[in-house]
Design a protein around this ligand. Structure first.
Ligand code: NAI
Length: 399
């Protein structure tokens, strides 16, 4: 079969396996030539390992100097009669293939990270492949729902402002169009549910599970990713439901830091740069900001993708340093280049003038869309998309 991108709104409905393979290879190539990670961790668990920051972290730690073995948890779908499956499914497969080529252990656990079953599988894998202990736990989930323990019900995240409504634009990647919408303020229940899905509670329960299973190595660290952003994004992000969940995540990092101190370890929330990922294009109002930010940072030569952010995090902040650089709230800041004053002043200028007629030229829409397509294995120059793919070749592949 021939695979062409099918996009509905901001969701990619299919993926191209060979393009996913190419994207994994490019990220490996980048970290091999970048400043290397010194004194890095050897046994790493990544919860949310199949795309975005989690996948980039896994690639950086395996190929960017640390030579880590990894266990990756993700929620992805494989091929069936109707479709070839998700991009993350193939990212897992091709990452493992490349890692094994360099004699690294790479275990993929595909299942719901919120479930006890997945936790038990992870503990067992740590026993089997890591001699019972992990040196680093990366929590990189971006989920829309979390099952309520012991019930059939779910908490659902709602990306909304708190207090008052906000009007902003989303970009329909399906129609290449600008869609203005007004988001009503979240109810208290919606804000609480979002906190349950994206806040720190589940991160903490993972660490508790691993402490109880005696899987924490001396000096073990844990990190989770957050976003703060400039003022222009605050109404929809920092002051909204997601921001409230992230502040909870920051507070959890302090509690976990105390818990891990018993093992000589640490916990940090790490604030990353805004980037196009499967999760971020969903955030209403953020896309125009991303278009302007990409344009300014690319012009200035300071643009980074997930892989550049992760390699820089591990090589210049988290490992090989006498002291981990933290801000006044004990956060690791990887959004320094995004929040640079000159960058933000140019972004604000562009945003003032951006509308439905000019967003494709004032902002970096081409780069934004290309990156979105590449997340799903499309728009890779070196892949021949006119090539017929044989479904049976991909059904055979095991993550
Ligand atoms: P992503 O959508 O690319 O990756 C999410 C990962 O979570 C995937 O591996 C997916 O399989 C996994 N996942 C989702 N639900 C799961 C479940 N129930 N069980 C197991 N695995 C599950 O997302 P992205 O953007 O890399 O986000 C990761 C973290 O980084 C999030 O906390 C996000 O808020 C944060 N972040 C993202 C920024 C951005 O601009 N994309 C900026 C700063 C922080």
């Amino acid at each position: 079969m021939l695979i062409e991108p099918i996009i509905k709104g901001v969701v990619a409905k299919n993926a191209h396996p060979l393009g996913c393979q190419e994207a994994v290879k490019q990220q490996i190539k980048f970290v091999k030539s970048a400043p290397q990670i010194k004194d890095g961790p050897k046994r790493v668990l990544i919860i949310g390992a199949s795309s975005g920051f989690g996948l980039a972290a896994r690639i950086a730690l395996t190929f960017g100097g640390a030579k880590a073995d990894t266990i990756g948890v993700s929620f992805e779908r494989g091929p069936n009669e109707k479709s070839l499956g998700t991009a993350g499914w193939y990212n897992n497969i091709y990452f493992k293939k490349e890692a094994e080529r360099e004699q690294r252990t790479a275990i993929n656990i595909v299942g719901d990270a919120f479930s006890q079953e997945t936790r038990s599988q992870v503990v067992e894998a740590i026993e089997t492949y890591f001699e019972g202990e992990v040196d680093l736990i990366i929590y990189s989930l971006a989920a829309a729902v979390r099952p309520k323990p012991g019930s059939e019900e779910f908490w659902r995240s709602a990306i909304k402002p708190i207090g008052e409504s906000v009007t902003g634009a989303t970009i329909s990647l399906e129609h290449d169009s600008w869609v203005t919408n007004t988001l009503e303020a979240a109810t208290e229940e919606e804000a609480q549910s979002t906190l349950k899905v994206m806040g720190g509670e589940d991160w903490e329960s993972w660490i508790d599970e691993l402490i109880n299973a005696e899987s924490i190595a001396p000096g073990c660290k844990t990190i989770a990713f957050s976003y703060v952003g400039p003022e222009v994004t605050h109404p929809i992000y920092l002051d909204g439901t997601l921001g409230r969940a992230k502040i909870d995540l920051h507070q959890t990092s302090h509690a976990l830091n105390l818990e891990l101190a018993n093992f000589g370890g640490n916990a940090y929330a790490t604030v990353c740069k805004a980037l196009v990922t499967k999760a971020s294009v969903f955030i209403p109002g953020l896309s125009p900001y991303l278009l302007a930010l990409y344009k300014v940072m690319k012009d200035k030569g300071t643009h980074e993708g997930c892989i550049q952010q992760m390699q820089r995090l591990f090589s210049s902040k988290l490992y090989g340093q006498e002291k981990i650089p933290l801000d006044g709230e004990r956060l690791i800041r990887m959004d320094d280049l995004e929040l640079d004053a000159e960058t933000q002043s140019h972004v604000t200028e562009i945003l003032k003038n951006m509308d439905e007629n000019n967003f494709q030229t004032l902002g970096d829409y081409q780069g934004f869309k290309q990156e979105f397509l590449q997340l799903n294995g499309f728009a890779q120059q070196s892949v021949d998309y006119s090539q017929q793919l044989n479904t049976s070749d991909f059904i055979k592949l095991v993550p």
